[in-house]
Design a protein around this ligand. Structure first.
Ligand code: FES
Ligand code: FES
Length: 224
C-alpha cells in the first residue's frame, strides 16, 4: 500500500461527531428487547423461556446458581437481559446489550470510566450489581451521543480535544450530561467539582471544564 493510500485509509478511520451520532443511534435502535435464547451456562442447552431454563437447572444442576432475568430501561428502551446474579451493570451493558461506552478500567469504583446515569443520578456501573437495577432507567454515553440535544457537548469535547487515549472520555461525558441536567449553567468551579470523580491518566483535565462551559453557551443559544 502506498503512503498516499495509507493516509487516505487513516483519514477514513477518524470518528467525526456525526459518525459517532449515527453509530450510537444505530446501537440504541438495535438494543435487543428480550433475550434471544435461554442458554444453560453449564451444559449449553438452549431453551425458549426462562421458566424452561429454571426447570432444567432444577433437574440437571440442582446445586448450581440459576441465571436471572433483569428488566431495565436503557436509553429509553425496555430491555430484558439474562445474566448471572453476580454480574455488574457494566458487564451487562457490554456483554448483553452491546453497549461498550461504559468502560471497565479500574473495576473498583475509583476512576469513573464506567459512569452511567441511573434514574437521573450518575453511578459507577462497575460496582453496581445489575440485579439491583430492576426497573431502573439507565442512560449510557450511546444514548447521549444519539440525542441531537447533546450534540453541542459532543462537538465541544472534539473541539477542545479533551481526550488522548479516549478511554476515560465516555465517563466524563456522562458525568457532564448529569451535571447539565441538574445545573444548565455551571461555573468552571462547579464543572471541576462535578468531574472530580473521573480520572484521566493522560492529564486532559482543564479541557473538560472548558468543553462543558462551551457546550452550555451553545445550548443556551439553542444552536449546534
Ligand atoms: S471502572 Fe468503574 S470506577 Fe473505574
Ligand atoms: S484520555 Fe486517556 S485516560 Fe483519559
Amino acid at each position: 500500500m502506498s503512503r498516499g493510500e495509507q493516509l487516505k485509509q487513516e483519514e477514513n478511520m477518524v470518528l467525526t461527531p456525526q459518525a459517532a451520532q449515527a453509530i450510537s443511534a444505530e446501537k440504541v435502535a438495535s438494543l435487543p428487547a428480550t433475550p434471544a435464547q435461554f442458554r444453560c451456562l453449564i451444559c449449553g442447552k438452549i431453551y425458549v423461556s426462562h421458566e424452561d431454563l429454571k426447570f432444567h437447572y432444577a433437574n440437571e444442576h440442582p446445586d448450581a446458581v440459576v441465571p436471572i432475568v433483569v428488566k431495565l430501561n436503557v436509553n429509553g428502551k425496555d430491555c430484558e437481559v439474562l445474566i448471572e446474579p453476580h454480574w455488574t451493570l457494566q458487564r451487562t451493558l457490554q456483554f448483553r446489550l452491546g453497549l461498550t461506552g461504559a468502560k471497565q478500567m479500574c473495576d473498583h469504583g475509583a476512576c469513573g470510566s464506567c459512569t452511567v446515569i441511573m434514574d437521573g443520578r450518575p453511578v459507577l456501573s462497575c460496582i453496581t450489581l445489575a440485579a439491583e437495577c430492576e426497573g431502573k432507567r439507565i442512560e449510557t454515553v450511546e444514548g447521549i451521543a444519539a440525542n441531537p440535544k447533546w450534540k453541542p457537548l459532543i462537538d465541544a469535547y472534539c473541539r477542545w480535544d479533551a481526550m488522548q487515549c479516549g478511554y476515560c472520555t465516555p465517563g466524563f461525558l456522562v458525568t457532564a450530561k448529569a451535571l447539565l441536567d441538574r445545573n444548565p449553567h455551571p461555573t468552571e468551579e462547579e464543572c471541576r467539582e462535578a468531574l472530580s470523580g473521573n480520572i484521566c491518566i493522560c492529564g486532559t483535565y482543564p479541557r473538560h471544564s472548558q468543553a462543558v462551559l462551551e457546550a452550555t453557551l451553545k445550548m443556551a443559544q439553542g444552536g449546534e
